[in-house]
Design a protein around this ligand. Structure first.
Ligand code: PLP
Length: 483
């Protein structure tokens, strides 16, 4: 006590430990086992600097009461070391009920394909090598047979994402000419992807026809001239024009294409291979439908409702796809071997539709029955409840916990009008604000991302894995204990 009384800034500065002193502390030795020495040394310096600045900022009264121990500096240094060694990309728990959540990584790959993915990443492979001929091969060949088998397409090309696919299609087929699109289909898809901008980038001219809500066969036909290179259909995947509306069907576009010898291309957005209406969802056009209706080229995403890795898949007539393969852009938009491995293995699951729906997380989550989700909600509810009841300090009194129905979404700009009925574990706080509660769970080690509405914290159980229930319960307990 008497010593702190005589504190002044100079004596405090004198108490600041040296870097070596801290590095010799036992706790720091343990950190060296998991974090590189340089990182730890930097953190120790930073920690000492932190306390030096703190002393500078003290006013007279604070100076007297200020106590500084090596332990404080050590703890700060460990905190900083962990922080600088932490990866920026980390796991989160998606409790939003939005299945294809663009901000949270979109589609999740199936557990069952992890060996294929790791093998491709960590071992040499025949990526661009023809094993039978002992000669150079093509990286695109690996996906061709599988996608042909599933879609019935003549040929296939896979690029980095669907935005790249649309760019490549237009740049190959419509450059220097005109592409006709309905005004009702000039989609903007998140970020900066807009059909008119992609069109400009591809070097083709956009010819808009019709009105926002109605486009007729004759609108397209009137716009056709000798510069027309492509008739384009864009699936309005992230909005619907309802009410007084009309658009030209793929069959009619095919008819026009034949009449004037112009290719018909479609940007399908979120490609699906499975007719989801069989599983209680609204019908969403499948890739096979588009091809059957005679569309020459269809492009779609690998990581929306398909449930694979990020990719842009182009299927259709061989003569057009051959041209795309020769386009210099293809090299710039090419897919990585990990994408090829993950996509091929995901697609293989589709050879057995039942297996695909069961094992591809996106499809699994979209096709849960209400009973299944309610079952999950009950489990999460009881895990949280029993955790709080078994904890010291009457924690279960501090929250109101119940199971309620809620509504989620497909997400990823897919099926905008589809509401996914679901069950949630719903929490009301009694002694802290809901926003604080939400923030604490978001910043916790498990990074739980959930929604707050109607003065409730809502954990939609559709998108939460059962293996994450215990973490959620633990984090809630921690937050209550800390407060
Ligand atoms: C999502 C989407 C795209 C872009 O696909 P990415 O795979 O995200 O590049 C393009 N067009 C439509 C209609 C879409 O829905």
């Amino acid at each position: 006590m008497s010593e702190t009384k005589t504190n002044n800034k100079r004596s405090l500065f004198a108490k600041l430990p040296s870097v070596d002193e801290i590095l010799n502390e036992n706790e720091i030795e343990e950190v060296f086992a998991r974090i590189p020495r340089n990182t730890v040394v930097d953190s120790v310096r930073e920690a000492i600097e932190y306390y030096r600045k703190k002393i500078i900022s003290l006013d007279e009264r604070d100076v007297e009461n200020f106590e500084l121990s090596n332990e404080d500096v050590v703890n700060r240094a460990i905190f900083l070391s962990d922080k600088s060694f932490e990866l920026s990309l980390k796991k989160v728990i998606n409790a939003t009920g939005i299945v294809v959540h663009t901000n949270l990584g979109r589609s999740l790959l199936s557990e069952s394909i992890k060996d294929e993915l790791w093998d491709a990443a960590s071992r040499y492979s025949n990526l661009e090598y023809d094993i039978e001929k002992g000669a150079r091969g093509s990286r695109y060949s690996h996906l061709t047979d599988m996608i042909k088998k599933i879609t019935g397409a003549e040929d296939v090309l896979v690029v980095n994402n669907n935005a790249a696919a649309v760019l490549l299609v237009l740049s190959t087929l419509a450059k220097g000419g005109e592409a006709i699109v309905s005004r009702g289909e000039l989609v903007e898809v998140g970020g900066a992807f807009r059909i008119p901008s992609i069109m400009a980038l591809s070097g083709s001219t956009l010819i808009e026809v019709g009105a926002t809500n109605k486009t007729h066969y004759s609108d397209y036909e009137d716009a056709i001239n000798e510069n027309t290179k492509v008739l384009m259909k864009v699936h309005t995947s992230n909005y619907r024009i309802v009410g007084f509306s009309e658009s030209v069907s793929l069959e009619e576009m095919r008819e026009l294409g034949d009449k004037y010898d112009i290719p018909v291309v479609e940007d399908l957005g979120s490609g699906v291979f499975v007719d989801l209406s069989k599983y209680g969802m609204t019908y969403e056009p499948t890739v096979n439908d588009s091809l059957k209706k005679g569309v020459d080229i269809v492009s779609f995403s690998g990581d929306k409702m398909l449930g694979g890795p990020q990719a842009g898949i182009i299927v259709g007539k061989k003569k057009y796809i051959e041209k795309m393969k020769k386009n210099q852009l293809t090299r710039a938009l090419r897919v990585d071997k990990m994408t090829i491995a993950a996509l091929e293995a995901t697609l293989r699951l589709y050879l057995d539709e039942e297996r695909a729906v069961k094992e591809i997380p996106t499809l699994r989550m979209l096709t849960y029955t209400m009973d299944e989700i309610e079952e999950k909600a009950k489990k999460l509810y009881s895990q949280i409840k029993s955790r709080l009841e078994n904890s010291d300090g009457g924690l279960s009194e501090r929250l109101e916990l119940c199971i309620e129905r809620c509504v989620g979404q497909v997400g990823g700009g897919s099926m905008p009008t589809e509401e996914l009925d679901s069950f949630a574990v719903v929490i009301k706080t009694k002694d802290m604000s809901l926003n604080k509660f939400e923030e604490a769970l978001r910043l916790s080690k498990s990074h739980i991302i959930a929604r707050v509405y109607d003065e409730k914290y809502v954990l939609d159980c559709r998108t939460i894995f059962e293996s994450q229930f215990e973490d959620i319960a633990k984090e809630i307990e921690n937050i209550l204990l800390e407060k």
